[in-house]
Design a protein around this ligand. Structure first.
Ligand SMILES: Nc1ncnc2c1ncn2[C@@H]1O[C@H](COP(=O)(O)OP(=O)(O)O)[C@@H](O)[C@H]1O
Ligand SMILES: O=C(O)[C@H]1O[C@H](OP(=O)(O)O)[C@H](O)[C@@H](O)[C@@H]1O
Ligand SMILES: [Mg+2]
Length: 359
């Protein structure tokens, strides 16, 4: 590689279509890579190793105290620099533990993103995934880092930072396209990852993304679902199984192009989430987005843990028009969801981990 060449990777937002959040609880999900928004990471060889702060997302210079406080209140303390640092660490340690040699020298990493924050569209993992892809090419190790393991690396980087998340987002971002995922405990324990099956994106009906320009998490209270699940709470465990089954049934519904069933499953998915988490934890604006869609007869559910909604209009264009009008009236943004086809190449699909040396 010459000094001036650079590597750039784009990772898209994702939609948890059916089955989420059971991915966090040994369940199943169907998710897709959403073309509407993306993050880009660029890696350039350089003398020193530099993580470049983003000019607006990692702001450290302000017009006034007022500006600084307003910024912190709206966007929080963190930007993307910590994500890039964390994936550097996780990648390095993984390669070291697996005797994967890293020859390539230093680099400068920079990023940009248009994924709205705090909308459950997986903005953080998109930045991490794009950085990981840059490393795979820069160090020429794509063939020795198994594609199934890559979502785990992305998740580990975020866990380093205390970001609570599951695997489905990262799987959709690594694979692209539409993916059916099964995180059953046996595979997770034995293989360390789930079973991921790409599906034909043409099976999806037209879908719409709804979100708020200024998401408010007012009313968001800390959810107790995880602790209750760990405590063996029967209601949470059986509800999580029901959510997981929705992905299984949804896969059949999509394969059979049974969109009436598909709409019913989307709604059921959200209703079970609402039962488990309660309205206070979901937040009033998030509930309103779902309800605005349902008000015109559309099926709707969260794309992730809240902030954006994915909707389907079983009655077609006239219903889409009603949905657009209702969203506009409520002050929500609505746009057709675009699905990005899978971008994995043979080198990714044939990737295998190097054997662990016996000593
Ligand atoms: N636009 C962004 N610019 C910089 N950092 C971001 C951006 N979006 C997300 N992050 C980083 O990812 C973390 C969590 O991302 P967030 O957008 O809140 O959730 P999600 O990834 O689920 O959409 C943030 O605390 C921040 O460190
Ligand atoms: O609750 C969910 O549906 C998802 O929540 C997280 O995604 P986020 O983008 O932060 O909302 C989590 O990472 C996923 O695994 C869950 O399915
Ligand atoms: Mg995230």
């Amino acid at each position: 590689m010459t000094e001036s060449s650079f590597i750039e990777h784009k990772s898209f937002a994702r939609v948890g279509l059916l089955g989420n959040p059971s991915d966090v609880y040994f369940g199943r999900t169907i998710s897709f890579s959403l073309g509407n928004f993306w993050a880009i990471v660029r890696l350039e060889p350089s003398k020193d190793l530099i993580i470049q702060p983003h000019p607006t997302n990692d702001l450290v210079q302000f017009d006034s105290l007022d500006h600084l406080v307003g910024r912190l209140e709206n966007e929080g303390y963190y930007g993307g620099v910590r994500l890039l640092m964390a994936i550097c660490k996780v990648f390095y340690k993984y390669c070291k533990e697996n005797n994967i040699e890293l020859n390539g020298g230093n680099f400068t990493l920079s990023y940009d993103t248009n994924i709205p924050r705090q909308t459950g569209l997986s903005g953080s993992s998109a930045i991490v995934c794009a950085a990981l892809n840059c490393f795979l090419d820069f160090y020429n190790v794509r063939h020795v880092i198994e594609v199934e393991i890559r979502p785990n690396l992305i998740l580990s980087a975020e866990r380093e930072l205390g970001i609570v998340a599951g695997l489905q987002d990262r799987v959709a971002q690594v694979y692209g396209g539409l993916v059916y995922m099964d995180f059953d405990k046996e595979s997770m324990d034995k293989l360390g990852h789930g079973k991921y099956t790409p599906m034909e994106i043409g099976l999806l009906p037209p879908l719409y993304l709804i979100y708020a320009e200024n998401p408010s998490d007012s009313g968001k209270v800390h959810s107790t679902v995880r602790q209750r699940w760990l405590n063996g709470d029967e209601f949470i465990i059986s509800s999580m199984t029901e959510v997981s089954d929705i992905a299984l049934e949804g896969r059949t519904a999509l394969l059979e192009k049974d969109y009436t069933k598909f709409a019913e499953l989307m709604n059921r998915n959200f209703d079970i989430r609402r039962h488990m988490f309660g309205d206070d934890a979901l937040g009033s604006m998030n509930l309103e987005m779902v309800e605005v869609a349902r008000g015109v007869g559309a099926a709707s559910k969260f794309t992730g843990s809240g902030g954006a909604v994915i909707a389907y209009c079983p009655d077609g264009p006239s219903q889409v028009k009603l949905l657009e009008d209702a969203c506009q009236k409520a002050g929500f943004i609505i746009q057709p969801a675009t699905v990005v086809p899978s971008f994995l190449k043979d080198v990714d699909l044939n990737s295998i981990c190097p054997p662990v040396p016996s000593n």
